[in-house]
Design a protein around this ligand. Structure first.
Ligand code: HDD
Length: 700
């Protein structure tokens, strides 16, 4: 048989003794890296691999031999590349960064991370969706997980929260039911990453304690524009414990430097198709560009006596403490400034656990939190496969640590010496108890043991009402419309009716809007409420619109151009937008180059058909008459402007673009601006044209 020359993409190293005797060709045109010394490719046992293109065969066209240990090792490893994905929060994006304390809490806690001003504590933050699988899209309507691992000097502290300050259920024993109900239905395997189905709403309609959370998930909070424009919450009350052993309750809040911003439903649906990795890419791009995502850490501190006066029980995770009742105190900042080197090793293998606390911080008796303390460690054992997962670099503390726990699957440490127990008299240096260790705060507990839900947890509607009434009218319309959308996907009428019945306790007008949107002939009966629904003062801090920042920072403006566009106008718009802190992307029918009016060529960042306006916060359209004429025949160009209009975005345009706008039925309004008045455009681009909404869609 004729022997053919080497075909590998990377040339084998210079040692001719490793050259294979025989290889069949697979095309010799592959790009080869320039010669020089290469890291030799080896098996996991360190044996050099001379041919990474062909398996070992009995003859050139004969069967593959079982003795090919190189093939078997490689394929076996590949077969086991995936580990079980997280049962919830499988889809996540993470980054490294630091926390810097700006205001000491030394009178409340001994935790160094909260008392040492100016010290930068390294951290790893993972933000996730909850319901979808690891490969699901970034932008379903879903709560976002917000988990931070602080590598403090006194051990790892994990603050494992969400972008919503309350939760669906009051007791951890209901979590498996909640998650089963929200995930794909077990017989049919759909829907992926969506609450709009019977099982979810069936469970919810039978779980009145979830009504407050329902208001949050139906709001635009679950449609964040960017992970950088979301709040985060520790949800539960925790305790801070000072040197005297005195404890103070605390709630943790993350507040984004860029302010809050969400998308709207129709836009979100389209983003999912246009860029399934929209949020991950946005975070990656921001970090690569040095625009580091940043949040303030704020705390709400309160004593037991103050808690006793709240008109709700702060140990109930379906309740929040309005900022107007206990103000937020900003104590530090988190900056995410480094993308992980390897997605699997870090983002996938990071193991958070609410039980990871440091001295000076302690748990409260919130029964949901208490159940979580067990669940997370347990899940890592099946997900990461070993009790030694804490040794993985992303999970290992960055302070010295050691004990006498030994062995187990994938033990990476190699402890030396005779002693593996404590106390012992044989080793001076083996780990011993430390007076600086974690101490639980001394809390007096008494009462009868039992499976009891306290009376103080019985009110399920007051804070749902508080949330709804605190919203602007636009946000209220979005909540009502989201409920209509979700419940319209529910096949069983009794579930829809049960849900509308609950809404009557929250706000009669909301129930009517939803019933009307669903075409219900009459309002269903409200269920019996377990406790009187009380009035609370509205809390504007619960709005998104009220918390948007008057800035273009972190936003992106898309400029649509075509053959013959005015290069001077494009450049002027580009400069003004970038000066205002936003990024610009040029969109054109062709990627490589567009011939402008002056004959020069301009490359674009996105090809029109694959770069719809849903990817931008505002758009500018600069076209020649001929360019506009040509684009009028392109549905993607018509969608570009029509969607920007429908999604309430500012549209800057020159005279030539008018024709395209007209063909797309884009009406002139306060947000459609001649780009010559670039100041007016910039100011409109910082927000949405909320008043336009009634002209573009019927909301419930
Ligand atoms: Fe949970 C993951 C947040 C209740 C059981 N949870 C997980 C993650 C976040 C949260 C952000 C992803 C962490 C990561 O990025 O790896 N979970 C919450 C919040 C809750 C909550 C804010 C309520 C306030 N969770 C909760 C309960 C239980 C769990 C009541 C069980 C009784 N959660 C888990 C879990 C997960 C998890 C199954 C899946 C993957 C993991 O832990 O590591 O154990």
């Amino acid at each position: 048989m004729k022997k053919v020359g080497p075909t590998s993409q990377t040339p084998a190293d210079k040692d001719s003794s490793t050259k294979p005797e025989s290889r069949s060709g697979n095309g010799g045109e592959l790009h080869q890296l320039a010669g020089g010394a290469h890291t030799p490719l080896t098996t996991n046992e360190g044996v050099g691999i001379p041919d990474n293109q062909n398996s070992l065969k009995s003859s050139a066209r004969g069967p593959v031999l079982l003795e090919d240990f190189i093939l078997r090792e490689k394929v076996t490893h590949f077969d086991h590349e995936r580990i079980p994905e997280r049962i919830v929060h499988a889809r996540g994006t993470a980054a490294h960064g630091f926390f810097e304390l700006t205001q000491s809490l030394s009178s409340f806690t001994t935790a160094k991370i909260l008392t040492e001003l100016g010290v930068k504590t390294p951290l790893f933050t993972r933000i996730s969706t909850v319901a979808g699988g690891a490969g699901s899209v970034d932008t379903p309507r879903d709560v976002r997980g917000f988990a931070v691992k602080f590598y403090t000097k006194e051990g790892n502290w994990d603050l494992v929260g969400n972008n919503v300050p309350v939760f669906f259920i009051q007791d951890a024993i209901k979590f498996p039911d909640l998650v089963h109900a929200v995930k794909m239905e077990p017989d049919r395997g759909f829907p992926q990453s969506a609450t709009a189905h019977d099982n979810f709403w069936d469970f919810i309609s039978l779980t009145p304690e979830s009504m407050h959370m329902v208001m949050w998930i139906m709001s635009d909070r679950t449609l964040p524009r960017s992970l950088r424009m979301m709040e985060g919450f520790g949800v539960h009350s925790f305790r801070l414990v000072n040197a005297a052993g005195k404890s103070t309750f605390v709630k943790f809040h993350w507040r984004p430097k860029l302010g809050l911003q969400s998308t709207i439903w129709d836009e979100t649906v389209k983003i999912s198709g246009a860029d399934p990795d929209y949020h991950r890419r946005d975070m990656f791009d921001a970090i690569q560009a040095g625009r580091f995502p940043e949040w303030e850490l704020a705390v709400q501190l309160f004593t037991q006596q103050e808690a006793d006066r709240f008109p709700f029980d702060h140990l109930d995770a379906t309740k929040l403490i309005p900022e107007e009742l206990v103000p937020l105190k900003v104590v530090g900042r988190m900056v995410l400034d480094r993308w992980p080197d390897n997605f699997f090793a870090e983002t996938e293998q990071v193991a958070f656990c609410p039980a990871h606390l440091v001295p000076g911080i302690d748990f409260s008796n919130d029964p949901l939190l208490q159940g979580r303390l067990f669940s997370y460690l347990d899940t890592q054992l099946s997900r990461l496969g070993s009790t030694n997962f804490h040794q993985l670099p992303v999970n290992a503390p960055k302070c010295p640590f050691g004990n006498h726990q030994r062995d187990g699957h994938m033990q990476m440490e190699q402890p030396s010496g005779r002693v593996n127990y404590e106390p012992n008299s044989l080793s001076e240096n083996s780990p011993r108890e430390t007076s600086r260790g974690f101490r639980s705060s001394a809390v007096d507990e008494s009462g009868e043991k039992g499976r009891i839900r306290p009376e103080s947890f019985a009110d399920h509607y007051t804070q749902a009402r508080l949330f709804y009434r605190s919203q602007t009218k636009h946000e209220q319309s979005h909540i009502a419309s989201a409920l209509v959308f979700e419940l319209s996907k529910v096949e069983h009428p009794h579930i829809r009716e049960a849900m509308v019945g609950h809404l009557r306790h929250i706000e009669e007008k909301l129930a009517k809007r939803v019933a009307d949107g669903l075409g219900m002939p009459q309002l269903p009966k409200a269920p019996v409420a377990a406790a009187e629904v009380k009035e609370m003062n509205p809390s504007p801090a619960l709005q998104i619109i009220g918390k948007m920042k008057d800035t273009l920072e972190g936003r992106t403006v898309g400029i649509l151009i075509a053959e013959g566009s005015d290069g001077v106008a494009i450049q002027a718009a580009k400069n003004a937008v970038t000066d205002a802190g936003a990024s610009v992307k040029i969109v054109a029918p062709k990627l490589g180059g567009t011939k402008l009016a002056d004959g020069s060529m301009m490359a674009s960042d996105g090809q029109l058909a694959g770069t719809p306006s849903v990817l931008f916060d505002a758009i500018v359209v600069i076209l020649s008459a001929a360019g506009a004429e040509a684009l009028c025949k392109e549905s993607c160009a018509l969608d570009f402007v029509r969607d920007a209009f429908g999604h309430l975005k500012a549209i800057g345009r020159d005279a030539g673009a008018q024709k395209l706008l007209k063909r797309a039925h884009v009406e002139a309004d306060a947000g459609v601006i001649d780009i010559a008045d670039v100041k007016a455009f910039l100011s409109a681009a910082k927000t949405r044209q909320w008043d336009r909404e009634v002209s573009v869609r019927t909301l419930a």
